[in-house]
Design a protein around this ligand. Structure first.
Ligand code: ADP
Length: 559
């Protein structure tokens, strides 16, 4: 018991430790995943922006080029780009936007096959570019919706800021103030590099995503690139589907599509990449894994606990069985010794000639015969028990008349009934069908029940033996019952009554000698006849044992 308690305390302690340990491991795991996801997103954006810088460098034209020079320069630059760039398809076309006097904005496009700048019209998809130039103010470097790069001429004068002018080198000035110095400078052309949305969304971004978030099959994470100012405008979406792919719920969020001129205030990036774990979020994935881990360790601990319980209960069962077998030996010896003692002293008296009166001799003879019969019954019961246990016992299958069976049993114990002056109430229904089986074995089974009713029948001096027909779900069966008004059986003993060697620990029953095999024999015989035996009892008021046997006509299987 101390050992078991110790084991259980150890199990509980182990469970608590396990719980805390798993919690810490999953926290660490989450932090690790988060950090590696963050740096992957970081690299994804940096790689993309590096491409933007490279592109912008390729199309920076010099300031103050005349139209013809500008045209030639652009044709050259585009041809060089097409032949040397890693992703030549990134640039869809080149546009030249010029702010004319009177605030008008002129649009030209480079006709690539012809190698010429041709007038262009403001088609709806160029609306965002047009707005940039029509708004009188600084021209941003990027148009995140077109999407495109808006490149001012190199070496342009810096904008006037706080009344001072300072020289600035870099891809382009940060903005300009048309009007103020417009009359001193020729019209300035902005080159708009229109990027190919199709190529971005279907080739370039998928390739970058595959490099940073690739798993065994495709992307391990859901990756969404959208316009920061309007997340409904999605540039690229890849990887497993998640319910909410917005930046609000993402495991990692970074901005991209940023281009900076030296000295500019940093541009955070006009697009946003949102990365989601396929489980919805990293938190969910880690919580799920943690739950699974907890469930598995809990199952292992429960299994261990169950093993302890099984071990303890089987040990106790083995102990109980050993004790019952000891009791059996003691009970059998006692039951053997009592009749033997009686027979020996009767024989001794006869042999010594102490008894010579013929009446008395007759009485002694009857006594010897009776005790001998009790011994025979006793030995027969133990042998049947052994036969049933080993499976060697065989039973005949012949028609048995129920009324004669009951009368035979009562005749067998007539002398005990007379000796103890016990009243028998016989209640056998008329016209019962025959049962199929071994008449001698059935007689022994019923005899055991009557024996018990006499043994445990107390001072009531009454037993009831009955037989009747009852309907069952599959047909009908014969019920043979033996009742007494004796000491009864405790409720807790009922389930064990028919176990071999079982004897009640109830003091009123324990004082009565017995071996504990009688009811096991009854059950063995009845079950071999395709029937069953049940017991009902009210402690202190009496018991009824009922044998249920299939009728010969029914589908009973005689042994
Ligand atoms: P035995 O009578 O030799 O002990 P049994 O197998 O016939 O063995 O009975 C097992 C136990 O069942 C008995 O020890 C007794 O406690 C209980 N028992 C059996 N029949 C009766 C009965 N009619 N009334 C009360 N208890 C009974």
């Amino acid at each position: 018991m101390v050992l078991v308690a110790g084991l259980i305390v150890a199990l509980v302690a182990l469970a608590a430790l396990q719980y805390r340990w798993i919690a810490r491991v999953s926290e660490a795991e989450r932090d690790r995943l988060k950090a590696s996801l963050d740096s992957a997103a970081e690299r994804f954006c940096a790689d993309f922006d590096r491409e933007l810088v490279r592109t912008s460098r390729s199309f920076e034209v010099a300031e103050d080029l005349g139209d013809a020079d500008l045209e030639r320069d652009l044709v050259d630059r585009l041809a060089r780009w097409r032949s040397t760039a890693a992703g030549p398809k990134l640039v869809r076309e080149l546009l030249v936007v010029t702010r004319l006097e009177r605030g008008e904005v002129e649009l030209r496009r480079l006709d690539e096959p012809a190698g010429r700048l041709v007038p262009g019209s403001w088609e709806p998809d160029l609306e965002s570019v047009r707005r940039i130039f029509e708004a009188r103010g600084r021209v941003p470097l990027l148009d995140e919706r077109l999407p495109g790069l808006v490149l001012a001429p190199r070496n342009a004068r810096p904008p006037r800021q706080d009344g001072t002018e300072k020289a600035e080198r870099g891809p382009a000035p940060r903005g300009e103030e048309p009007g103020g110095g417009a009359d001193r400078r020729p019209p300035r052309h902005h080159v708009v590099v229109r990027l190919d949305l199709e190529y971005l969304g279907k080739e370039m971004l998928p390739r970058l995503a595959e490099r940073e978030f690739g798993g065994r099959e495709g992307l391990a994470y859901a990756v969404t690139v959208a316009v920061a100012a309007d997340p409904r405008v999605v540039i690229f979406r890849g990887g497993p589907r998640v319910e909410d792919a917005t930046a609000r719920t993402a495991d990692a969020v970074r901005n991209l599509f940023a281009l900076q001129r030296p000295g500019d205030e940093p541009d955070p990036g006009r697009w946003v990449v949102a990365v989601h774990h396929p489980a919805g979020s990293l938190e969910d994935a880690v919580t799920g894994a943690r739950r699974r881990n907890l469930a598995i360790s809990l199952a292992v601990l429960v299994l261990l606990g169950a093993a302890v319980v099984v071990l303890v209960s089987s040990t106790r069962r083995a102990q109980r069985l050993a004790r019952q077998q000891m009791d059996f030996v003691a009970g059998v010896s006692h039951e053997l010794r009592t009749p033997l003692t009686a027979m020996r002293s009767a024989g001794q008296n006869l042999a010594d000639g102490i008894v010579s009166d013929p009446e008395k001799v007759k009485k002694y003879g009857a006594l010897i015969e009776r005790e001998g019969r009790r011994l025979t019954e006793m030995v027969g019961r133990v042998l049947t028990f052994a036969g049933i246990q080993s499976g060697a016992q065989t039973f005949q299958a012949e028609p048995v008349d129920v009324a004669s069976l009951v009368d035979g049993v009562l005749a067998d114990c007539r002398w005990v009934l007379d000796e103890k002056r016990v009243a028998v109430e016989r209640d056998v229904a008329e016209g019962l069908p025959e049962v199929r089986g071994d008449a001698a074995a059935l007689r022994q089974a019923l005899g055991n029940l009557v024996d018990n009713a006499l043994k445990y029948g107390g001072s009531a001096r009454w037993i009831g033996v009955g037989a009747r027909l009852a309907a069952t779900s599959g047909g009908e069966e014969v019920l043979l019952s033996v009742s007494d008004h004796g000491i009864g059986i405790r409720r807790s003993d009922l389930p064990h009554l028919f176990d071999p060697f079982f004897r009640s620990a109830d003091p009123s029953a324990a004082g009565i000698p017995g071996s504990g095999v009688g009811l096991a024999v009854v059950r063995g015989i009845v079950e071999a006849h395709g029937g069953r035996v049940t017991a009902e009892s009210v402690p202190g008021q009496g018991s009824t044992f009922t044998v249920h046997l299939p009728t010969a006509a029914g589908k009973g299987r005689g042994a």
